[in-house]
Each structure stands twice: as C-alpha cells, then as structure tokens.
Design a protein around this ligand. Structure first.
Ligand SMILES: Nc1ncnc2c1ncn2[C@@H]1O[C@H](COP(=O)(O)OP(=O)(O)O[C@H]2O[C@H](CO)[C@@H](O)[C@H](O)[C@H]2O)[C@@H](O)[C@H]1O
Length: 645
C-alpha cells in the first residue's frame, strides 16, 4: 500500500501502528496621570454623555505641514518635553497614588486579579487510575434569578493598536483576543477602532470597503520622516485603520508578519505612526489599548511627546500576552523614534533593561508608562510577578503592582460554536452530543486515520518551546501505546523545529492511528476541535491558552499542565476540590513524562472504561462560559478606572 507523502497524505497502511515509545530527542507622566478616581465615575443616568469621541484637534499652526512628496522631508522639530520627570519608586509621586479601588467597587466583581499575589493552592500530583465516581454527576438545574438592573455607563471611544487581528493578520492567540474583545466592547455601546500595519500578507478577502482615508501622514523617523498612507476597512464589522509606510525599509511589505532582524524597528515605527495618526487625525480616544511589546512604545510617545502637544485626554491600557518576547534593542532606537536622551531612557526606572545593561526594553516601557497593565490570566499575573516567570521583569512588576492584574481571555462564540460552526460537517450541541461523532468520522476520513472505537487525542498550536514540545512528542508515542489515535496541527517559524516534526511525521507515516499536519490551517483546526475527544496542552508556561477554551466549547476534553491560564480554567475530574459539575478536564503538575502520562492515561482510561462518565465530563465542558461577556466587563471596569473624567 502506498505511503502517505509528507504533507499530503495519499493513503494509509492498514495495520501495524508504530507504537514503540521513543524518548524525546531532541512618567512622566505615566504615572501621575495614572489612576485618577473621582466620584464622577459613578455617573447618574441623567448625566450628560461625555464627548466620547473626538475633541478639538490642536490648532493648525501647531501641526507641521507635511513636506513635499518626493524630497526627503525636513526634520520635524521634536517637541521639547515639558513633562514632569518620571517618578522613581521612592518619589512621593509613587506614594501619593491613590490605592486601587476594592474589587467590590468594580460594579461587576471582575475576576481581575489586582492582588494576584496570593499563592495558588498546590494541586496534588494526580494518582494513577482513578476509581469511578460513585456519586452521580449533578449539574444543578438552571434556576431563574431576577435580572440585575442594568448599570448605566458612558460610551467610550476606545482605540486598539495591535500587530495582529484575526482573521486578517493572525499568528497566534493575540489576533483572536483583539478580534473578540473589540466586538464585545462595541456591542456594549462603545466606539471602537483598531489600528494595525498594512501587511502585504493581509487576508484582503476578509476586509470590506477598503479605501484610503489619509494620504499624507508623515511619520518622524531618524532625521526625516516617512510618508504613509492610511486605509480604512471593515473586518467582520470592526472598524480598522491600516497604516502603509512608503520607504525603502519596506517595513510591512514582506512575506510574513514576524521573523526579521529589524522587527524591533518595524514595530517601533508602527507605534510612532499609530500615535502620529491619532494626533494628526484629531482623534482623542478615552482609551488607547496596546498589545505586547510591538506597541509598547505608544504610551512612551504619548507621555513623553504627544501630551505636550495637546493629547492630554487618552489613557493607556497595555495587555501582555506573553512575557517571553520583550523587544530588546540598542540605543539606535532612540534616534530612530526621536525620543533621544539616552541618559534619560536608559534609566532603570524607564526603559533600561535589567538583564542587559546597554539595552532598552520596549515591553518594560509599556509597563512603566501605561496607566494599567493586564496580562491574560490571574495565575500568570502571579507567576510573572512572584514566581520568576517574568523573564527579568519581576522587579518592574513589583514596582508597578498597583496597576497590574490578570483577566482571563474569552473566545468568540460566534466563531467557535459547534452549534453553528460552518467549518464542520455536522453541527451539534450539549443536547445532541452523539452528532459530535459524525465529525470524528469526518476528521478520520480527511486525515486518513483508521475508523475504529479508539479515542482521538489532539494538539493544536504554535510549535514553540513554550508549548512543551518534548512532552508533545512523548505524548504522541504514549497515546499510540495506550491504543488511542493522535492528531497534531502546528507550525513554527523556526526551521529546526519544523524539520524535527517533519522527521517525526515521516517516521509515523505508516501509522493508521496518527497524523501530523505541519502548517497553519484554520479550517482544519475547527474540524479537529469538533472531531477529537481530548485536547492536549502540556505547556511549559501558558499565559492564558485559547486551545483549551475552544476545546471545552466543542466537548473535547482538555488534558493540560497546571500553569498560567490553564490552571485558572481547567479543573481535574478526579482531583479538583471543585464540585463534580465544575470539573472539566485532566491536569498534571510536573513537567515530565510521568506527569503527562498520569493525566493522559486517566483520560484515555476513562474514555475506554467509563464512557458515561466521560460523557458527563464533556457536558460539563460544553456548559462552561468562556465567552467575552465577563472579560469584556472586566476591561470596561479597568477603562473606567483609568479614564480621564
Ligand atoms: N497551526 C495552526 N493552524 C490553525 N490554527 C492554529 C494553529 N496554531 C495555533 N492555532 C490557533 O491559534 C490560537 C492559539 O492560541 P494560544 O492561546 O495557543 O495562543 P499563543 O500561544 O499564540 O498566544 C499568546 O497569547 C494568547 C492570547 O492572549 C494566550 O492565550 C497564550 O497563552 C499566549 O501564549 C488558537 O486559536 C489555535 O486554534
């Protein structure tokens, strides 16, 4: 029988799975402006709506006229910063900051971990095969409760500045978060806009009514300026501005989004261009929401330069999706961006990197200068500040702990919902679970897996060391040994990692119980979420994790390591101290083969020996609410907390 060719399977051998286990191979102002609380925040319903959108742009005379199109434009005089010096941790400015409001004041009791420093309860290492539960699985009957009276809040003008947005420019979970959160904010009555680079690799088929809206945006860069055009278009109803620079640097006209030597300069330019655009277009949002190191210079520019030019209204919230990437660079950045003053910015209280004495750290700038900083789960907020997971930024998080917290991501249930998902052959819900198995058959057909009674274990994700690749590799063989099937969908920008998985794919090519798909395929990911029985997430660290949240929605049981957001969202069927109906997966603590095998083994054993229990677990999973509803509220509470009133 013909073998599968790598990448495009042609056929399957009929028997003999290869099941031999193989060992793993292989400021200024930031600050003071920061958190202003006044009674005015508690608006009454008859209070006038604030001018939510655009305040008067600075007088024309203050805006340097754009230079002629071709000639190198004259250097734009940098505004002399007139802002009070950045307070150091010992400055009175720090001690006079208002204390954070107690959580109870956050209207809706957010899960926001403003005091994320409490030690999470230690989870016992799961024991081998658990006895079936004697007690029945009780999901409590839904009870009618009187609806809480609606809380009136003013509509805000919110601008997200982001390097990624699903479905037009997606590399990882950041893209999904901006996509889902912006919609949630908009349907709650806020005016939401998104600014992103106009990549050559954008999915233009997903952008509607794309047209030029601003032709002559000159963005200061080194001693001159770069001419940019700004486009506007709708991405599934979201209002998006795309910035296109015209220069020999070719910042965004490349075949992929990341992975270039000048990435730091590319995104430093984008940050400067985004805020220059806001200023030139006379947009004065209530909130600018930045994401990751790529946009961390926005609050630095705002408080060091643009505030003095009249942008005094916006407040900045920065969300850190992953501390592993910080944008570390040399002094040239200061000349490029026009920030200059190395002696000032290299200070440890500003952008000076703690680990590399002669380097600037963009993400650190985002933390220092933003009015509020979130990461994507309370547990990760704790791990980064107090458990040595902050990649060197722990002291900065301690200094700024008063404005740091975790909000668990949501997922967009319009996109990830097996009841309406157009990407899967058979839609199903918690009351029609048996139809999930039609999708399992379809998945097997598509990947040429043997059609049998075995469980399917899946992994979907970036093939990044963060995701626990040694354990993924071990899990493939362990799953096959235990008589189940394994499906992997993933890719890496790192050629060595890709080559490693291609090697594995070739080794397992004849197995009728295993398929590795090396690449990025959103359509296939929907079918895997719907068709698999278990979703493996054995991460080394995981800020939040979306795969386990999506898997829950599809009744696919997560098998995860208890780190970051995984610990906040998945509760072990056998060992959690939560009530039975809140348990939704299998977890393990230790990053080793034994830990992984204990959880994976229990999951597969339960699937085989106690199918009715497994089914109850699937129903629990599907009933979890990880929509954007609660996180959307949490972010609005944060915006309310920091906005200028
Ligand atoms: N090859 C492939 N083909 C198709 N789809 C693929 C794919 N590889 C990944 N995906 C999809 O991309 C998303 C990845 O979500 P993750 O939470 O793993 O994000 P990531 O680690 O990139 O981001 C960081 O940001 C997010 C958002 O804050 C955090 O949840 C996370 O912990 C943090 O590391 C999921 O929707 C997944 O289905």
């Amino acid at each position: 029988m013909a073998k599968k060719t790598p990448g495009t399977p042609k056929s399957k051998t009929s028997s003999t799975a290869t099941s031999t286990p193989v060992g793993s191979t292989p400021p200024p102002a930031p600050a003071t402006p920061v958190i202003k609380k006044t009674a005015a925040r508690k608006q009454t319903p008859d209070a006038a709506l604030p001018a939510a959108t655009i305040s008067t742009p600075p007088p024309a005379a203050e805006i340097p006229a754009p230079p002629p199109v071709t000639a190198a434009p004259p250097p734009k005089p940098e505004p002399e910063p007139t802002i009070a010096p950045m307070p150091t941790p010992d400055d009175p400015a720090h001690t006079t900051k208002p204390a954070p409001r107690p959580l109870s004041e956050f209207g809706h009791a957010p899960t926001l971990a403003l005091t994320a420093a409490s030690t999470p309860a230690a989870q016992p290492e799961p024991e081998p095969p658990a006895a079936p539960h004697e007690e029945p699985w009780h999901a409590p009957e839904p009870q009618w409760e009187p609806a809480a009276p609606p809380v009136w809040r003013p509509s805000l003008f919110i601008v997200h500045i982001t390097p990624e947005l699903a479905s037009v420019a997606k590399v990882g979970g950041l893209a999904d978060v901006v996509f889902g959160l912006t919609r949630e904010l908009a349907i709650r009555g806020n005016h939401v806009e998104i600014i992103l680079p106009k990549y050559a690799s954008l999915r233009y088929d997903q952008i509607f009514e794309l047209h030029e809206v601003y032709q002559d945006l000159w963005v200061p860069w080194y001693n001159g300026a770069i001419h940019c055009t700004v486009f506007f278009g709708f991405v599934h109803g979201r209002k998006c501005f795309f910035i296109e620079p015209h220069s020999a640097d070719n910042f965004f006209n490349r075949h992929s989004i990341y992975g270039f030597n000048d990435d730091v300069l590319r995104y430093a330019f984008f940050s400067r261009a985004a805020i220059e655009f806001l200023w030139k277009a006379g947009k004065h949002p209530d909130i600018i929401h930045c994401h990751d190191w790529q946009t961390s210079l926005v609050p630095v520019h705002l408080y060091e330069q643009y505030q003095a030019l009249g942008m005094t209204h916006p407040r900045v919230c920065t969300t850190i999706h992953n501390f592993a990437h910080q944008g570390i660079t040399g002094p040239d950045l200061l000349r490029a961006t026009g920030l200059h003053r190395p002696e000032y910015f290299f200070s440890h209280t500003r952008l000076g990197d703690h680990r590399h004495p002669n380097a600037l750290n963009l993400l650190k700038g985002g933390i220092v200068y933003s009015n509020f900083v979130t990461t994507v789960s309370p547990r990760y907020a704790f791990e980064t500040k107090d458990q040595g997971q902050g990649f060197g930024l722990e002291p900065v998080l301690h200094t700024h702990h008063i404005k740091y917290g975790g909000v668990v991501n949501g997922i967009d249930y319009d996109v990830w919902n097996p009841e309406v998902d157009p990407h899967i052959p058979v839609q199903y819900g918690v009351d029609s679970l048996e139809r999930k198995y039609d999708n399992k058959r379809a998945l097997r057909q598509r990947l040429m897996l043997a059609d049998n009674e075995k469980a399917i274990v899946a992994f979907i994700g970036r093939l990044d060391p963060q995701k626990g690749l040694e354990l993924v590799r071990h899990a493939i063989f362990n799953t096959l040994e235990r008589g189940a099937q394994f499906v992997l969908l993933g890719s890496s920008p790192d050629d060595r990692i890709n080559a490693d998985f291609w090697g594995l794919k070739r080794m397992l090519n004849d197995s009728p119980d295993c398929h590795l798909e090396i690449g990025f395929d959103e359509d296939l990911s929907h079918l895997i979420y719907a068709g698999a029985d278990m979703m493996l997430v054995p991460s080394r660290f995981e800020p939040c994790g979306l795969t386990q949240l999506i898997a829950l929605r599809y009744g696919t049981i997560p098998v995860v390591r208890t780190v970051g957001g995984l610990a906040d969202t998945i509760f072990d069927k056998d060992h959690s101290n939560r009530p039975l109906h809140e348990r939704n997966g299998y977890v393990f603590n230790d990053y080793d083969h034994r830990g992984l095998e204990s959880a994976l083994g229990r999951a597969i054993d339960c699937y085989n020996a106690f199918p009715e229990h497994f089914r109850e677990l699937m129903k629990n999973a599907m009933r979890c609410d990880y929509s954007w509803n609660q996180p959307g509220q949490d972010y609005l509470n944060i915006y309310d907390y920091i906005r200028d009133v």
